[in-house]
Design a protein around this ligand. Structure first.
Ligand SMILES: Nc1ncnc2c1ncn2[C@@H]1O[C@H](COP(=O)(O)OP(=O)(O)OP(=O)(O)O)[C@@H](O)[C@H]1O
Length: 263
């Protein structure tokens, strides 16, 4: 780590979380044909907590979060979100549940032909069916302010940098007030400084809205800044769990390999 970067310390300890568990996964299994992708996934996400999932490519990190939002059905195990078993939910129940979960995809795609304002209005008018323009404007401006991009409200996505587009994507996810955020590689493709801004933004949003997050990343700086707890995934299960500082000292070679990689 560079000397100048040291002021952004790894989280030392989890903030005082309420013990409420928002995601409870126990023994989740998922195969595609003969390929066993998830063998035994067990974790709890507590309210207001950031957990980071580390793992080599193709280990099933994305499959896990797709199970959490009901896009994929696990083959076995228990999966409760906000205390409800999601494996037995019907389409309407899943739709209601997904409104409480923000999912920032790797691409975080915006509609290129729409301004930032229109991109943000879209979920309000189409998903929440809001009609009151004053209320819509207030929400759009509020969420852009939260991600520090109020100035960009009338710009087109093509006029924004990669980091700004990522923040607008995040704003569009946040605008429907999710209680859980699922981030799939939030800093991929961004330079180190912009990546750090996104990581710090994830923390600010966690504090401001008391959002609970699962953050999938290969970016160890992002893990260091955002993680209250890290889970390391290997061959369909979690092989280690702990804070950044704890895992940094792990004896396990696979765990150590993440910390030893050059940034
Ligand atoms: N809908 C699907 N149908 C068939 N196979 C799938 C499907 N979704 C994922 N897989 C397979 O499951 C495995 C795990 O994929 P996943 O995307 O979860 O990996 P990952 O750990 O998120 O990897 P990365 O870090 O590269 O994003 C891969 O081999 C992938 O090909």
């Amino acid at each position: 780590m560079k000397e100048a970067d040291k002021h952004i310390e790894a989280k030392k300890e989890a903030p005082e979380h309420k013990p409420e568990v928002v995601i409870h996964a126990k023994g989740i299994k998922k195969s595609f044909g003969k390929k066993k992708v998830l063998k035994n996934i067990t974790f709890d996400l507590k309210k207001g907590e950031n957990i980071v999932v580390l793992g080599k490519s193709g280990q099933g990190k994305s499959v896990t979060i797709q199970c959490v939002v009901g896009m994929l059905q696990p083959d076995g195990g228990k999966l409760e979100v906000f205390g409800e078993d999601i494996t037995t939910m019907n389409d309407e129940e899943l739709k209601q549940l997904r409104m409480k979960i923000g999912f920032l995809f790797q691409g975080g795609a915006l509609y290129d032909s729409m301004t930032v304002r229109d991109n943000l209005e879209f979920p309000l008018t189409r998903v929440l069916k809001l009609k009151d323009q004053k209320e819509i404007n207030k929400k759009v401006e509020g969420v852009l302010d939260a991600v520090g991009l109020l100035d960009a409200i009338d710009k087109m996505p093509s006029d924004l940098s990669g980091g700004m587009r990522k923040r607008v994507g995040l704003a569009r996810t946040l605008i429907v007030n999710p209680e859980i955020m699922l981030y799939d590689e939030p800093t991929t493709g961004l330079d180190p400084i912009t990546s750090r801004e996104i990581s710090e933004l994830i923390n600010r949003l966690q504090r401001k809205y008391e959002i609970s997050s699962v953050i999938i990343t290969h970016d160890m700086e992002c893990a260091r800044i955002t993680a209250d707890r890290i889970l390391v995934m290997d061959e369909g299960e979690y092989i280690a769990e702990g804070s950044y500082k704890e895992l940094e000292k792990s004896d396990n070679e696979m765990v150590r390999s993440f910390f030893n990689e050059p940034a």
